[in-house]
Design a protein around this ligand. Structure first.
Ligand code: ADP
Length: 234
């Protein structure tokens, strides 16, 4: 029987809406592969690469990194992961602008010359109040290779031991951009592009699946798996 096309899930949602947490569950439970462009940017900063030095200030101030840098990171990632034997891929935090969406569309079209790929758009909906509260209660593994995310509030993942990562046992701490002023700027940057991005995908004929995130992570994940059921089982 012919295998169904592999899926690329594009997660669109404000900072703090749980895109990364849902991605982690997809990796853990389905063996999917995720790219968080934010994690990759932070890895460059921690490793003090040339790119890392150039984007450090932007990230700390909550501004977007230039499309060209992000597009080439994603192109390299896609080259690598398509060679893996996995059934689906998650893009967390990309595309964030119309230019990125167009660039990714072109990239996927090229890849589709080799294999059929299905692109699915999932939007995580949350109010500004809800996500700001979550961002300010977020704790993150300080190991740059791990960057697992936990919550000090009741709706997210609470670490088993205080301030220690469940996965790699490194210390937990705050992200440098998880303070109130930067979070407000990140939210502004997201909202500036959100409608245009959604209109872009609607105009291309994509159905956008809506995930409402004002509930515990397990419930959000259950909603997500219901929305993408065919692909999980297919
Ligand atoms: P959040 O979505 O919670 O703000 P991320 O970890 O996804 O956190 O991103 C952190 C920062 O990385 C962003 O504020 C931005 O500076 C940069 N970044 C991540 N993805 C992109 C992207 N697709 N385009 C431009 N900048 C990005």
């Amino acid at each position: 029987m012919a295998r169904s096309p592999r899926s690329i899930y594009i997660f669109i949602g404000p900072p703090g809406s749980g895109k990364g947490s849902v991605s982690s569950l997809c990796i853990e439970r389905y063996g999917w592969v995720q790219l968080s462009t934010g994690n990759l940017c932070r890895m460059h900063i921690a490793n003090q690469t040339e790119l890392g030095k150039q984007i450090d200030f932007l990230i700390k101030s909550g501004k977007l990194v230039a499309d060209s840098y992000i597009d080439s990171m994603v192109a390299q990632w896609l080259d690598e992961v398509l060679a893996l034997d996995v059934s689906a891929f998650v893009l967390d935090g990309y595309p964030r602008t119309i230019a990125q969406a167009e660039s990714f569309e072109y990239l996927v079209q090229k890849k589709q010359e080799q294999e059929p790929l299905s692109v699915e758009i999932v939007r995580f909906s949350a109010t500004d109040e809800c996500v700001l509260e979550r961002i300010l209660g977020r704790i993150v593994c300080q190991n740059k290779e791990c960057q697992s995310v936990y919550s000090s509030g009741p709706l997210g993942i609470v670490p088993k031991a205080v301030a220690v990562c469940d996965k790699c046992e490194s210390p937990l701490g705050s992200r440098s951009d998880d303070n109130k002023n930067t979070a407000i700027e990140r939210l502004r940057a997201y909202r500036e592009h959100e409608d245009k991005l959604l209109s872009f995908y609607h105009s291309r004929g994509y159905q956008v699946s809506e995930c409402y995130v004002d509930k515990p992570l397990e419930a959000v994940f259950e909603d997500f798996t219901t929305l993408v059921d065919v692909k999980v089982n297919g």
